[in-house]
Design a protein around this ligand. Structure first.
Ligand SMILES: *Cc1c(COP(=O)(O)O)cnc(C)c1O
Length: 219
């Protein structure tokens, strides 16, 4: 699907929800894509991109960013504390803060590099053992640590619903938590469910497959 087709779907979902179309940021998930795959999107005016591996991003983004300084790069994957330095150097937003030790490592690197990145806390709404994200019961405590001890600029929440469940309940939960904690940013919704996420208040959707996959010819 083309970038303009995705934008039209975002506009339609916003209209149906009584929201402004510019209240939703499209993050183009460029993991597993080459610089050559990404270039047409940049040329079409796409500004926000997201990657889930530090090393992969470090290999392809510095050159693209040098040529396009207005691009914003979000980190959306599991972040090992020993990669915090590389992540702080390369990204503009860290969406996957999910534990106190990582918050502390990010603080340390932000001080060292004199950079202050906005961050989101990733919530494991489905409480899946293999998945990143803080358990809902520990969210308020982690937010307090991030703010008071690590002095991170926490803007919002991010979630990845379980692949085998209808996402609605997870989007509704994340919306409820963000509202209760006074956090304005809600990063939720991917290729298969971003219209639904917008209905539940997503302010950022992360779309990869639908944006990059070749259009299948009409039958
Ligand atoms: C890959 C990925 C996406 C994009 O998923 P698609 O289904 O390809 O749109 C969104 N968020 C995260 C955290 C991802 O890893």
């Amino acid at each position: 699907m083309s970038l303009s087709a995705i934008r039209h779907r975002i506009e339609a979902a916003c209209r149906a929800a009584g929201r402004d179309a510019d209240s939703v940021t499209l993050a183009a998930v460029s993991k597993n894509r080459t610089a050559a795959d990404i270039a047409p999107l940049v040329a079409a005016g796409q500004k926000t991109f997201a990657e889930n591996r530090v090393q992969e991003a470090a290999a392809k983004w510095p050159a693209l960013r040098a040529a396009h300084p207005d691009i914003r790069l979000h980190f959306i994957g599991h972040l090992q504390s020993n990669k915090a330095g590389d992540a702080v150097a390369l990204f503009d937003v860290i969406e996957s803060v999910d534990r106190a030790s990582l918050a502390d490592a990010l603080r340390h690197e932000m001080d060292r590099q004199n950079r202050n990145l906005p961050c989101y806390i990733q919530v494991n709404t489905g409480e899946e053992p293999q998945k990143g994200g803080v358990a809902p019961a520990d969210l308020a405590g982690l937010l307090a640590h991030c703010r008071d001890a690590a002095r991170l600029d926490i803007r919002g929440l991010m979630c990845i619903p379980p692949a085998d469940e209808i996402p609605d309940m997870h989007f509704a939960l994340l919306h409820k938590y963000a509202r209760a904690l006074g956090l304005p940013v809600l990063s939720m919704g991917m290729s298969s469910d971003f219209d639904t996420a917008i209905r539940y208040g997503a302010t950022e959707i992360r779309v990869g497959t639908a944006l990059f996959a070749a259009d299948t010819p009409a039958a």
